[in-house]
Design a protein around this ligand. Structure first.
Ligand SMILES: Nc1nc2c(c(=O)[nH]1)N[C@H]1C(S)=C(S)[C@@H](COP(=O)(O)O)O[C@H]1N2
Ligand SMILES: [Mo]
Length: 406
């Protein structure tokens, strides 16, 4: 039950147990009034998030991790960033939930209940890296509007579900299919029922990949509500906006999907590089597909102080959209020289990879450790900022941590 309904239905005694004190004049309270103690929900409790997570916006909820919170190989719910464009749905009944496959390019429009999806199709589990297209936006200059994500809008959880391909093929895909678009039940901030907060998708070939899932489990449990319960599209390696939460419809389109945030400048970057601050026409903006190569140092936490004789073990993760990370390096001299360090193979395609290194510092003082990944095409992360773009997407600059050696 959602807190609001709980408050509505609560008796005075259960109400008091929520607040942790007696509601002394509870009988005098006007009907429909919510006591202040319950008006400001604590997002950390509400979403089971770690206390070091950073709230960027509360309407809609946008919460990011810090680098040191992402140390686990598989990101636990407590440290997964939240990015909502609209309102988190309430009162979801998994028993009556259906997913409808429709669109110009479906052979037979078909609806499936959750239990049909689970029983009719084979289930698969993959670790999938989902990074918000706007991760790193805070660093761009001139600045871009939108959530000022620093480094924490990325996670790699383990997702279980059925292949989108199996379901689309069951409904039948016409030869003229080019794209899929998702529709979800979250409400627009304006509460206008005719507006969708977001309805994105991907080309049909991405939709048909083995790892593209209709997921109903995350890290072995029901997906937490805020991350898309009861059904979520998961398309690793692409901007996480492609991975629709709370989806109840997928359209097989005979053209590029034109839902909310597919058109204009949303999730698009200039097709050709532009100078910082340039105006770019809508028609010169291209849809972001695979995310660029990137890495993050998750241990130690920036600002760590170490003793001179100790060498420092660092570790973190690296990912490269549709590609793999082929090489991992670190630098302690602001990028003048680089040392190669080991990077593990991914658990499966589109999962992030783990790296570690033992770093030795020549003498006491202030240092920065920079990490740089290179993908299988030989493309490396830029040391500082990559190409400026009007909406502040795709900042894959090297992650840096400060270290003091005493
Ligand atoms: N229905 C729906 N799906 C959505 C969104 C949303 O607002 N509504 N946000 C998208 C964006 S922009 C991102 S980055 C990811 C965030 O996923 P998370 O909140 O599980 O980390 O969900 C995507 N799927
Ligand atoms: Mo996003």
């Amino acid at each position: 039950m959602k807190r609001r309904d709980f408050v509505k239905k609560a008796t005075l005694s259960s109400f008091a147990s929520l607040i942790g004190a007696d509601l002394v004049f509870g009988s005098k309270m006007l009907k429909g009034y919510t006591p202040l103690a319950l008006q400001d929900p604590d997002p950390f409790k509400l979403f089971n998030k770690h206390k070091d997570m950073v709230v960027l916006n509360d309407k809609p909820w946008n919460i990011e991790a810090q680098a040191h919170l992402l140390d686990d190989k598989i990101t636990p719910n407590s440290c997964m960033f939240i990015r909502n464009n609209g309102l988190v749905p309430e009162d979801i009944d998994p028993k009556t939930w259906t997913l409808t496959i429709d669109g110009e390019s479906v052979k037979n429009k078909t609806s499936y209940t959750l239990s049909e999806l689970k029983s009719k199709f084979q289930q698969h589990t993959y670790q999938l890296t989902l990074e918000c297209g706007g991760n790193g936006r805070a660093e761009f200059d001139p600045p871009a509007k939108g959530n000022q994500w620093t480094v924490g809008a990325v996670h790699c959880a383990s997702w279980t579900g059925v292949r989108l391909r199996d379901v689309l093929e069951d409904a039948g895909i016409k030869n003229n299919a080019v794209y899929i678009g998702y529709h979800a039940i979250d409400k627009h901030l304006s509460m206008d029922p005719n507006k969708e907060p977001i309805s994105r998708g991907c080309p049909i070939n991405k939709a048909l990949q083995d790892e593209t899932l209709l997921a109903f489990k995350m890290n072995g449990e029901d997906i937490p509500l805020v991350h898309g319960y009861p059904l979520r599209l998961v398309a690793g390696g692409w901007p996480a906006s492609v991975s629709g939460k709370w989806i109840n419809r997928i359209s097989i389109r005979n053209k590029v999907h034109d839902g909310t945030k597919m058109t204009g400048t949303a999730y698009r970057v200039p097709c050709e590089p532009v100078a910082p601050g340039d105006k770019v026409k809508d028609e010169d903006m291209c849809i972001i597909e695979s995310m660029p190569v990137k890495s993050i140092i998750t241990y130690p936490k920036t600002g760590a102080i170490i003793k001179k004789e100790k060498s420092l073990n660092i570790r973190g993760h690296a990912w490269a959209g549709e590609l793999e990370v082929a090489k991992m390096e670190y630098s302690i001299d602001f990028g003048a020289t680089w040392n190669t360090c080991p990077v593990e193979k991914p658990k499966n395609r589109l999962a992030w990879q783990h790296f570690s290194a033992t770093v030795n510092f020549p003498k006491p003082g202030y240092y920065e450790v920079w990490a740089r990944a290179t993908d299988t095409n030989g493309i490396a992360q830029p040391m500082l900022l990559p190409g400026w773009n009007p909406k502040g997407y795709l900042n894959n600059a090297c992650h840096r941590i400060a270290i003091k050696v005493t």
